[in-house]
Design a protein around this ligand. Structure first.
Ligand code: T4K
Length: 419
């Protein structure tokens, strides 16, 4: 099944003995590295045509016509009243935090990208790390509720790998405790919850349009909300607080999206259905190929909801595979399959959080367990079916020879990646 016109030669079709593995001196399966999240691209001509418009009109940033058009199209796609485009997702969250006057303490999962905690701490707010639910891998609502104190002003939930949080429960907690709910939808563009597009829940949702996301603008992001007043403030804050010529009405910053980024966004949005369909085809190949492989469980999607199939996330159960996630990762890297262990070791275990809150990990047993089992495999619309077959063949080969591989690694005194 050719899913892409791009061809990449497969250097070594099969492995017969463990000596054929690149980690033990064999020829790597791929001649060049296969990245997780190689950027999706829409139509090059559409991008250039939009960019040429900006070039001709000499209007490159500051709420330009391409940014406005992109915001309009995204709001329509997500069925939300307002989309305010920004220079990245981190800036988008910082604007929401400021516009909602979030202070003191905020609850967030540790199992997410470090940018969320950085944004909070950088705004003088204490990040309070919440555990994840072992089934969904999203914020554990019971634990979240226990963490609410009189100092808590908001919850930031992440729709990890595009799987929505338990939004109803989080909304209910936020309402009862009179705190804000902000949702990090960086992974969830094109996903739905109870039949409605992600983007209109909580006080606001925040997207990242980084190059590695299913929909991207090179670098970029957005705040989406149905709240007119909040959207107005965020729009002003994104542009230094200006509400008119010579009129600054609040503390602002520079978080604007450029016209070049918006041109890429318009081109990619035009292709979004195709890109998600390519992702879906790739996901199905992984699903079929990994079916029944002991100890390797592809994280599935709720079939009744829309999803973007962007992340190929595998849960590695060591006792069934006979190897740790890190041992497998090491073997894959040698084959030039550049899998990742996002978001290892968890935000709470990264600096400055590890030093500031050394006890935090004790309250995060689910996070600690899952973070050592997660393996993100190369995915995205650019992957071909034959590349995916090769990766899955490799994984099955590694699994079938786990005991021998472990013994050979031990003989070399290597047990995974080490840190
Ligand atoms: N919330 C969540 C849940 C997020 O995941 C993120 C960002 C944010 C908030 C914040 O949004 P932004 O402020 O970033 O808009 C990457 C991205 O930089 C980051 O945007 C993303 N999450 C995070 C999950 O991944 P790294 O350090 O892993 O990037 P890097 O350079 O290792 O690239 C990732 C993979 O993509 C590699 O396999 C290489 C490949 N790649 C990357 C780029 C940039 C390409 O093939 N081509 C490229 O152009 O952080």
């Amino acid at each position: 099944m050719p899913m892409t016109t791009r061809s990449r030669k497969i250097a070594n079709a099969g492995k017969k003995t463990i000596e054929d593995l690149a980690i033990f001196g064999g020829v790597p399966t791929f001649p060049v590295g296969l990245h997780v999240n190689r950027p999706n691209v829409g139509d090059r001509a559409a991008f250039l045509s939009h960019f040429n418009e900006a070039w001709d009109r000499r209007w490159f940033t500051n709420d330009g016509p391409l940014v406005r058009e992109l915001e309009r199209q995204i709001a329509a796609f997500l069925h939300v009243k307002h989309c305010v485009a920004t220079c990245n997702g981190t800036a988008a969250l910082a604007l929401v935090v400021r516009a909602l006057n979030v202070t003191a303490e905020v609850i967030l999962p540790s199992f997410t990208f470090v940018s969320t905690a950085h944004t909070l701490l950088g705004s003088g707010i204490k990040p309070v790390f919440c555990d994840i639910d072992r089934k969904s891998w999203n914020i554990d609502c019971d634990h979240c509720e226990q963490l609410v104190t009189e100092r808590t002003t908001a919850i930031v939930g992440t729709h990890l790998w595009g799987r929505p949080c338990d939004i109803r429960r989080l909304e209910e907690i936020a309402k009862r405790k009179k705190i804000h709910l902000i949702l990090d939808a960086a992974h969830a563009f094109g996903c739905s919850y109870e039949g409605q597009m992600i983007g209109r829940f909580g006080n606001a949702e925040v997207f990242s349009f980084h190059a590695t996301k299913v929909f991207h603008t090179f670098e970029g992001g957005a705040v989406t909300t149905d709240d007119d007043d909040l959207a107005g403030r965020i729009k002003a804050m994104r542009n230094f607080g200006f509400t008119g010529f010579d009129k600054v009405e609040m503390l602002g910053t520079n978080a604007k999206m450029s016209e070049m980024c918006a041109a890429m966004g318009l081109a990619n949005l035009q292709s979004i259905d195709h890109l998600i369909e390519q992702n879906r085809l790739g996901f199905r190949v992984y699903e079929r190929d990994l079916e029944g492989t002991p100890g390797l469980f592809l994280r599935r999607r709720e079939d009744e909801e829309k999803t973007n199939y962007q992340y190929i996330c595998v849960d590695v159960e060591e006792k069934s595979v006979g190897l740790t996630r890190d041992e497998i990762l090491k073997a894959l890297h040698a084959e030039r399959v550049l899998a990742r262990r996002y978001f290892y070791p968890g935000t709470h275990a990264m600096e400055p959080y590890r030093s500031l809150y050394p006890e935090a990990g004790r309250k995060l047993p689910g996070t600690t367990e899952i973070i050592n089992r997660t393996l993100l495999l190369p995915g995205g619309a650019e992957m071909s079916a034959s590349e995916i077959h090769k990766i899955c063949d490799l994984l099955r080969f590694i699994g079938a020879n786990a005991a021998e591989i472990r013994a050979a690694l031990a003989a070399r005194n290597e047990d995974g990646l080490g840190d």
